[in-house]
Design a protein around this ligand. Structure first.
Ligand code: HEM
Length: 379
């Protein structure tokens, strides 16, 4: 598609963009607004109301998510939360992340076999986010389950009953986190929730609902994506044993290696925007109101941008991939995801000997925008 029709109109009338330059342009151009998931959910509400159900809690929570708001609200909220996600701040979490990874692969080390997805990639991000937020221990297991469900919200093929179920989860999550906020108001700790409460009290005009929406957003955006990075990344290494051996011999190249794994098999393949003005791209007339899907995965394999793009090269230079998008909605958790993947992948390779894939059939999850495995058994 990228070579033959890089600006393509699909059967649903949406534009599909696959060239690196076009994708980057759209992500940086203010004529394109981020996808309006809250509006799409609102539209579905009318079908549910007949059955005495609704998506009101879900719509109200995600309407405040950074992803779906624009300046000046976006700038205000992002600059506040962003302080907690600076690379220097995240670097301080590295020992704690290493500790969680060691715990998770402890058993596997004894048996020298494991399912990387269910035993490591899935529990890791949710534990890290819980720790950052300061989720109390007694509700942690419950929160892990809710988080897993909330992270599937971006699947465009979610059925009405799945969404109605998610609405119930949002109600429970909200109730529980209101209590956590109240506790932190009384006794602040060194965590993100306490930090946001202080920011609110110091006049940054952050409402309680906004604090709640930030907590939910972090679980929504930070889980499935990180699972996919670790899963797809390990699969790429298993398919390229000479690259895995290079990393085993030189663990210091891990930072470069993770960038290449992000480019080679991107955890998020496509994201959506809406044009707010008529605009021409690649000799095609995109009209105001049209949906534009930019394929990060395709852009990251564009030969005009990357030398031998289909080749996995952990020492690749000048790797300006778009796996974390670009522009004002550039991934807030990029530094955190990087550290989690660096620690998880290096620890796996160093501790489990002679790693091999332990299945002939790989099953992928069905979300068309997020690319990730259901399981990855190794021995
Ligand atoms: C936004 C990718 C991990 C938090 C985004 C976007 C992408 C992305 C492509 C832009 C979405 C859009 O513009 O429509 C990834 C990948 C990850 C990852 C590939 C893992 C490998 C995380 C983590 C967190 C996080 C661990 C936090 C705990 C966010 C937030 C936004 C975002 C809050 C919205 C930023 C904004 O709208 O200003 N991410 N993400 N992400 N990501 Fe990530």
């Amino acid at each position: 598609l990228r070579a033959k029709e890089p600006v393509h109109r699909n059967f649903l009338g949406s534009w599909v963009l696959t060239r690196y330059a076009d994708v980057k342009f759209v992500l940086r151009d203010s004529n394109f607004r981020s996808d309006n998931l809250p509006q799409r959910l609102k539209n579905k509400n009318s079908y549910l109301e007949d059955r005495h159900q609704n998506l009101n809690a879900l719509v109200s929570a995600c309407s405040k998510w950074l992803l779906y708001i624009e300046p000046p609200d976006h700038t205000r909220m992002r600059s506040l939360v962003g302080k907690f996600f600076y690379p220097e701040m995240v670097e301080r979490l590295r020992p704690q992340i290493q500790h969680i990874v060691d715990e998770l692969i402890g058993n596997a080390q004894l048996n020298n076999s494991m399912d990387i997805i269910s035993e490591l990639a899935r529990p890791l991000p949710v534990r890290v986010i819980s720790k950052m937020l300061g989720v109390p221990e007694e509700i942690q297991n419950q929160v892990y389950k809710w988080a897993e469900e909330i992270s599937t919200i971006f699947d465009p093929l979610n059925s009405l009953s799945t969404l109605a179920h998610m609405n119930e989860i949002v109600l429970k999550f909200t109730e529980s986190f209101r209590e956590v906020i109240a506790q932190r108001e009384k006794e602040p700790q060194q965590d993100l929730i306490s930090f946001l409460i202080t920011a609110r009290n110091e006049g940054d005009k952050l409402s309680n609902d906004e604090i709640l929406s930030i907590c939910m957003l972090l679980f929504g955006t930070g889980e499935e994506t990180t699972v996919n990075l670790i899963g797809n990344g390990m699969l790429a290494l298993l398919h390229h044993p000479e690259q895995m051996e290079k990393l085993k011999q030189q663990p210091a190249i891990i930072q470069n290696a993770v960038e290449e794994l992000l480019r080679y098999d991107s955890p998020i393949q496509g994201i959506s925007r809406t044009a707010i003005e008529n605009i021409e791209i690649g000799n095609k007339e995109i009209k105001a109101g049209d949906q534009v899907i930019v394929y990060l995965g395709a852009a990251n394999r564009d030969p005009k941008q990357f030398y031998e793009p289909d080749c996995l090269d952990l020492t690749r230079n000048d790797n300006r991939h778009l796996a974390f998008a670009d522009g004002i909605h550039y991934c807030l958790g990029a530094a955190l995801a990087r550290v989690e993947a660096q620690v998880a992948i290096n620890t796996l390779i160093q501790r489990l000997h002679n790693l091999q894939l332990y299945t002939d059939t790989l099953e992928w999850r069905t979300n068309i925008n997020l690319r990730g495995l259901k399981s990855l058994p190794v021995t």
